[in-house]
Design a protein around this ligand. Structure first.
Ligand SMILES: Cc1cc2nc3c(=O)[nH]c(=O)nc-3n(C[C@H](O)[C@H](O)[C@H](O)COP(=O)(O)OP(=O)(O)OC[C@H]3O[C@@H](n4cnc5c(N)ncnc54)[C@H](O)[C@@H]3O)c2cc1C
Length: 384
């Protein structure tokens, strides 16, 4: 078993780390405070090949493997979870999906623009009553002429404020549990489509989350992705990739929290010694280091599996579950170790704690991941 990165993977990781340190980190606090989508930074990321990391160069991407993609997302997210999430949505939930399921016409129209960063894409699955229970889609797409008319409302559509195209999931048939759901590529300038910013999110602020209203939005037959009734196959495939990438993102957040805790443990003195000399603090440092490294192995293993296999549902859910929960614990311990030095609006650690909590929800909560893992290893019901 080979556990070393290749020279090429290491180079790509280092380039992403350099970009994160010089271009992203200085902007992270302002993106969080303003909750504004960082369009300029997204353009800068596209120049680094980060908008379509695994998409072939012929379609405008960087043509890298999934391990390289995971390494880059971890590096970027260590500086800004928001930019990390923007990249994950565009890469895993839109560009890769188009690469896998799109027709030549759909790729010509959208993939080059998405993978080269000329626009970003959004993924609109969740509805007010359909989060974990994603099969309960109330958005409908009725056949009309040689196209469809979409009607409904999507919530928490990340990248939605800036996206030129949204992958919208809608019921095209009455079949239960997602079997009657289809996926559509909907240009966001279609008449009847309106976007409202999601009110004041707690973390990953600046992600451009919107509620998407579809009031009789007409699209042509060419907007249908992968065929009628295949929307849930598309969503599940997309979410597998996104879970690896959200896991990588969580590692970046957790690692930054860990490093903040370590720095404080070395410098803060009580009773004449740095607090890092006390075993109570050392054990917290040891637990965060171990849990993050264990999660990193699962994320990289899942990414390596995705490079060679079509379905990696079990590996992806395990990676996402382990990494997002490890990051949340690392951020919580960092807050504990910084104590009053962290417990103030605008500190790095309070931002990381809010961001880590979001990563435990997006692309399926920890409970949803456990349902999927249980279904895979022991049989049972699986949702998202
Ligand atoms: C920052 C952010 C960005 C997002 N971006 C997107 C996006 O781009 N596109 C998109 O489509 N969606 C997006 N979402 C929505 C996200 O996918 C959902 O919030 C998530 O799937 C959970 O759904 P819910 O919030 O409706 O919670 P619910 O489904 O209402 O769940 C509530 C609680 O019950 C638990 N629960 C539910 N069912 C079960 C069960 N059977 N067994 C045990 N526990 C259960 C859940 O784990 C959770 O703890 C985003 C959300 C956030 C916070």
């Amino acid at each position: 078993m080979q556990l070393e990165l290749t020279a090429e993977q290491t180079r790509f990781q280092q380039a992403a780390r350099d970009f994160a340190a010089t271009a992203v980190a200085p902007r992270a606090a302002e993106i969080d405070a303003s909750d504004r989508f960082p369009a300029g930074l997204v353009s800068a990321a596209s120049a680094q090949g980060l908008l379509g990391v695994t998409v072939p160069e012929a379609w405008g991407g960087a043509g890298r493997d999934y391990v390289s993609y995971a390494l880059a997302i971890e590096a970027v997210a260590a500086a800004s979870a928001t930019l990390g999430a923007i990249l994950v949505v565009n890469n895993s939930l839109v560009a890769e999906v188009l690469q896998r399921f799109g027709t030549a016409e759909q790729k010509d129209r959208w993939l080059v623009r998405l993978a080269s960063g000329r626009t970003v894409g959004a993924f609109a699955l969740s509805e007010a009553q359909a989060g974990t229970d994603a099969g309960r889609q109330e958005t409908t797409a009725a056949a009309a002429g040689d196209g469809y008319v979409l009607r409904g409302r999507k919530v928490w559509v990340a990248n939605g404020a800036a996206a030129e195209v949204a992958m919208v999931f809608a019921a095209t048939g009455p079949a239960a549990g997602g079997r009657g759901v289809s996926a559509f590529l909907v240009p966001t300038d279609r008449p009847g489509l309106t976007r409202e910013p999601t009110a004041d999110p707690l973390g990953v602020r600046g992600l451009g989350c919107v509620d998407l209203r579809l009031d009789d939005v007409e699209v042509g037959a060419g907007a249908l992705l992968a065929g009628p009734g295949r929307g849930f196959d598309v969503a599940k495939w997309a979410l597998d990739g996104a879970r690896i990438a959200i896991g990588a993102e969580a590692l970046g957040v957790g690692q930054s929290a860990f490093e903040a805790a370590l720095g404080h443990a070395r410098t803060r003195q009580t009773f004449g010694h740095p607090i890092g000399r006390y075993q109570a603090i050392q054990w917290q440092i040891a637990d965060s280091a171990t849990e993050l490294e264990a999660a990193r192995m699962l994320v990289l293993r899942a990414a390596a599996a995705k490079d060679v296999r079509e379905r990696i549902t079990l590996e992806a859910s395990m990676a996402k579950l382990a990494a997002s929960e490890a990051a949340l614990r690392a951020a919580d311990r960092a807050m504990r170790i910084l104590a009053s030095a962290g417990y103030r609006r605008g500190t790095v650690v309070e931002r990381l704690l809010r961001d880590a909590r979001a990563l435990e929800i997006v692309a399926g909560t920890s409970e949803a991941q456990r349902m999927i893992i249980a279904a895979q290893v022991a049989g049972g019901t699986g949702s998202r």
